[in-house]
Design a protein around this ligand. Structure first.
Ligand SMILES: [Zn+2]
Length: 270
């Protein structure tokens, strides 16, 4: 929060209100991507309509968050239930952005991490549903990684390490995952997870991507065990993407203090 101390309270409030509003608007666009990317539909071809009765939505039914709440989660025309995924994705996108700006302040890295967290939401929901990570999403995160290296080289990045940390980051966890894919012949994990960790590794650097992997694996195993014990009938195929996405996001927020705390154990007392 130190970054904001030079701003007046009013300015800080305006920044976060704007982040929330733009965040839920972009969140409603993420819902469109989540629905259409797996269908390989063009993004802006059709007008949004009710999945159940085909009722074309008017502008007041398309207000992020608010429309769903006012309509009680139902279509105005046929009263069919509208998935809670829509308002959750909208609110989540806004909250993730606000948390990143709160922790990272106003700097170039913040923009990359906000875009990355939006992509991760889309990636997590699609992977959970289809058990596949669309290649375009991994490429988009890879481009953010390249941008961070360019920011470092041009001196725009004010809170980053040397460039090679990020280049190494692209290979450490993805290399390990690739080995697991080869050894287990693709049963342990998918190629999408390998590419995700390569792309995110370029964005985060090698220390942070290792932490993201650890958080993702712990979250994945704990939640998977809980879900298997609650629901015994279903056959459980673990989509790893959502947990890796959570690991990457939490590392963006809290990686720095966690890594410094860990490295503190190895500091020699003089
Ligand atoms: Zn309807």
């Amino acid at each position: 929060m130190g970054d904001f101390l030079f701003l007046e309270t009013n300015a800080i409030v305006i920044i976060f209100v704007m982040l929330f509003l733009v965040g839920i608007i972009v969140g409603s666009f993420l819902n469109v991507l989540i629905f259409r990317i797996p269908l390989k539909e063009d993004i802006a071809v059709e007008r949004s309509h009710c999945m159940h009765c085909g009722h074309v939505l008017s502008w007041y039914e398309l207000i992020p968050l608010l429309s769903w709440i006012i309509q009680g989660g139902k279509c105005r025309s046929c009263k069919a239930k509208i998935s809670a995924q829509y308002p959750i994705v909208e609110a989540l996108n806004a909250l993730l952005w606000m948390a990143i700006v709160y922790i990272w302040g106003l700097r170039w890295e913040t923009i990359l991490f906000c875009i990355c967290s939006s992509i991760l939401i889309v990636l997590a929901v699609i992977d959970e549903r289809t058990k596949e990570i669309p290649i375009g999403l991994n490429i988009a995160i890879g481009i953010l990684g390249l941008a961070r290296v360019i920011f470092v080289l041009t001196g725009l990045a004010s809170k980053s390490g040397p460039w090679y940390e990020y280049v190494i980051g692209a290979f450490v966890v993805s290399g390990l995952f690739l080995l697991i894919v080869v050894i287990t012949k693709g049963r342990g994990m998918g190629g999408g997870d390998v590419k995700l960790m390569a792309a995110a590794g370029l964005l985060l650097g090698w220390k942070h991507i290792i932490l993201a992997m650890i958080i993702g694996c712990v979250l994945g195993s704990v939640i998977h065990i809980i879900r298997m014990s609650i629901d015994k009938k279903k056959e459980h195929v673990l989509a790893f993407g959502p947990y890796l996405a959570a690991g990457i996001y939490l590392t963006i927020l809290f990686g720095e203090p966690i890594i410094n705390w860990y490295l503190g154990f190895f500091a020699r007392p003089y």
